[in-house]
Write a protein that binds this ligand. Structure first.
Ligand code: NZQ
Ligand code: ZN
Length: 392
């Protein structure tokens, strides 16, 4: 087992009607004026936004609101948010939404606490020294931002989608009421399930052979999400299935599933470029490229892919050679993605990048030659290009 640090300071409030506790919690964490940040229309339409604002009023906390966060959240709205926060004297950022809204809050928080354009952090020109306190009322189980140290922002200037991670941005509290996810479109539910599984698989595909507990934990988490994703396809209002998936979303990305192992993260980096250029849903983008990534890299450590195939995808151990078992496991995961109406190619994702666009995506992915991506197999621009092409 490799050495590791594990830090997951977010207070989790899980269950029905928990959004009513928002105001008291914000106060507990020192808020005196709150920015309530949200997305398009879903939180307004469901009445959640009103309930959250009511809870702030009950706690005697003044607030201002800013909606309009879109999936693949934009830097321009982050700048607007910073202006509002400065003008109104806000000292606490409350996200009512999913990964995009939480990430937009984190970026606003970095900008305010460091007195600068937060893009300097996302473009790796500087390191943040702090972040305004952020908290979340979660409405979609997917990105795991409610407990992660990460955020991902898209700069419209060049359509660059870039992530930044630091413990400063970890949510002070996360309210998780599974019922809030009942209104999700089926596509978003499924896309979220893929993202949750992928946060675990990115950590699982490691060469570290001595991390038994983390490996078993990953396998169990992926199993649980697969099982409940199937239930949700038929019964979107199954409380227990929503609850399992919501808790998995947080645990898959708060660091726990990766303790003692090195993560890979190539699939995420390859997908982020698709999100930046084509504005696709993140989880669906991951499903579309994962099989191509897996077939490109599995020979680096066939044993690990055999373990995945037999323990996660229930491929019989006597199916054939290790290579055959590994490939059967990859195919089985793609069959699962299809079973929940997720794509396993770029065509199925609905995009058709040209040769020139594939070259651009690949160069952006490796920061124009300044970095490689992935650890399971270290990938350069030409490898990334081959994976995009295989995924067409
Ligand atoms: O804007 P509204 O109207 O709320 O609609 C949203 C949005 O269209 C809708 N939605 C959310 N909750 C709903 C709902 N619709 C009905 N009922 C509800 N209860 O769902 C759509 C997607 O929302 P979004 O917040 O974009 O989803 P997600 O949580 O998947 O976040 C995706 C973003 O997170 C980033 C992704 O790259 C992407 O930009 N990620 C962030 C990570 C992190 N911070 O740790 C890690 C991830 O790997 C990921 O990269
Ligand atoms: Zn993700």
């Amino acid at each position: 087992m490799l050495d590791f640090k594990y830090y997951a300071p977010t207070k989790v409030i899980f269950g029905k009607d928990t959004e009513q506790e928002t105001g008291a919690l914000a106060k507990e964490f020192g808020a005196t004026k709150v920015l309530v940040h949200y997305g398009g229309n879903s939180a307004k339409k469901s009445g959640l936004l009103d309930r959250v604002c009511h809870s702030l009023e009950e706690a005697g906390l003044p607030y201002v609101t800013l909606g309009g966060v879109v999936p693949n959240p934009r830097l321009s709205l982050v700048h607007q948010g910073m202006e509002l926060v400065k003008k109104e004297g806000v000292d606490f950022l409350l996200a009512v939404g999913g990964g995009s809204v939480i990430d937009s809050c984190k970026a606003i928080g970095y900008g305010i606490a460091n007195h600068c354009d937060p893009w300097v952090f996302y473009s790796k020109q500087a390191t943040a020294k702090g972040c305004l306190p952020v908290a979340a009322v979660l409405t979609i189980a997917a990105a795991g931002s409610e407990m992660s140290d990460s955020s991902v922002i898209t700069n419209e200037d060049g359509w660059l989608k870039r992530g930044y991670s630091s413990d400063y941005s970890r949510c002070k509290f996360a309210i998780m009421n599974p019922e809030l996810t009942y209104t999700l479109p089926a596509y978003q539910t499924a896309s979220g399930c893929v993202d949750i599984m992928m946060h675990t698989m990115e950590r699982y595909f490691s060469h570290e052979a001595h991390a038994e507990l983390s490996s078993r934990f990953c396998e169990s988490l992926i199993h649980t999400v697969m099982h409940n994703a199937q239930i949700l396809k038929e019964q979107p209002k199954d409380y227990h299935a929503r609850a399992e998936v919501m808790w998995a979303s947080s645990l898959s990305h708060n660091g726990l599933t990766g303790c003692g192992m090195t993560g890979d993260w190539a699939s995420h980096q390859i997908e982020h470029e698709l999100g930046g250029m084509f504005d696709v849903a993140h989880g669906a983008g991951l499903a579309a490229i994962w099989g191509s990534w897996a077939r490109y890299v599995y020979q680096e450590n066939v044993t690990r892919f055999v373990q995945f195939a037999t323990r996660v995808m229930d491929i019989p151990e006597d199916l054939g050679s290790p290579e055959e078992i590994a490939l059967a496991g990859i195919r089985a995961m793609e069959d699962f993605y299809h079973s929940i109406d997720m794509p396993t190619s770029l065509t199925e994702l609905g995009i058709h990048p040209t040769e020139a666009q594939i070259r651009e995506l690949s160069e952006k992915c490796v920061f124009f030659g300044q970095r490689t991506v992935g650890n399971f197999k270290v990938l350069k621009a030409e490898d990334v290009q081959a994976i995009y092409k295989a995924a067409l």
